[in-house]
Design a protein around this ligand. Structure first.
Ligand SMILES: [Fe+2]
Ligand SMILES: [Fe+2]
Length: 276
């Protein structure tokens, strides 16, 4: 992963930090000795976070029969791993959403990629679907960072993608000399999200080149393709590109992916609303 951090920081400035409370909760969730009461105490002090967690846990995304009314119940139901994913999802949304249309499109693209990836991972028996959801959510986080840092230039890139249908990476390389995958990888490195996330984000447009975690990266690649194909993103008339290497890595064919898309697209549309 040859990325010149210094060069990028020189061009766009330093990378944004993860909010304090998220940092604290995530490090607690990584520690197996953490007690539910430690988490409940911190989360309950943040009313907005409490409301967000309860809203999402009771949404079609989790499909529960009985309503969950307290944070303690939510944590017991979710478990630490799912709670971590949920917190990352909530924080990613906060980070991406500024209220304007381009951010909204980016958010829907990220969210739908996350949900498609979760379901495809389950079907193709690749790793933990919950972590795939988060990886899908974060795969294009570099785009958001670039919009925050160099909005005028990046909006020009978004417009060019929309009007020409060219791939992001191609236009970014021309204009910036680096890509959103480079920036995204640096950001999750800064946020200590671990090697798997770093690799997936860096290679999400070229899973066939990934030496580590190729299967997870290939799932995110397909999630991204299906998200664009279903109209979540900046492309008009997007055609899925079935990278031969990706199909080999996952041992599937085009027909299977078309079938999975049919199976999941309505679910994805319904579940998106939970996070909006
Ligand atoms: Fe991307
Ligand atoms: Fe994407």
């Amino acid at each position: 992963m040859a990325v010149d951090l210094e060069d990028i920081v020189k061009k766009i400035g330093s990378l944004p930090p993860l909010p304090n409370i998220a940092m604290k909760l995530i490090s607690l969730l990584n520690n197996p000795n953490t007690r539910v009461s430690d988490l409940t105490e911190i989360i309950s002090k943040d009313q907005a976070l409490t409301a967000d967690i309860l809203k999402i846990v009771n949404s079609p995304f989790y499909g529960l029969r009985r309503e969950i009314v307290s944070i303690r119940q939510a944590i017991n139901y979710l478990g630490f791993l799912n709670l971590k994913s949920l917190l990352l999802a909530i924080n990613t949304r906060k980070f991406i959403q500024s209220g304007d249309l381009k951010d909204l499109i980016l958010w829907k693209h990220s969210l739908s990629t996350g949900i498609f990836s979760k379901y495809m991972g389950e079907k193709l028996k690749v790793y933990n679907p919950d972590e795939l959801f988060v990886a899908g959510l974060l795969h294009d986080i570099g785009k958001t960072v670039l919009r925050r840092k160099i909005a005028h230039v990046y909006d020009q890139i978004l417009d060019e993608v929309y009007s020409t249908g060219k791939m992001f990476e191609e236009i970014e390389k021309d204009i910036l000399g680096f890509t959103h995958s480079d920036v995204g990888m640096l950001l999750v490195q800064e946020w200590n999200f671990g090697d798997r996330m770093k690799n997936i984000i860096f290679y999400h447009h070229h899973p066939d080149l990934a030496e580590n975690f190729p299967q997870e990266t290939a799932v995110i690649y397909l999630g991204d393709q299906l998200s664009n194909f279903n109209g979540f993103g900046f492309y008009r008339d997007f055609k899925v590109s079935y990278n031969e290497g990706v199909l080999n890595i996952l041992n599937v064919d085009e027909e299977k992916i078309v079938e999975l898309n049919e199976e999941f697209k309505t679910k994805v549309e319904n579940e998106i609303s939970a996070f909006m």
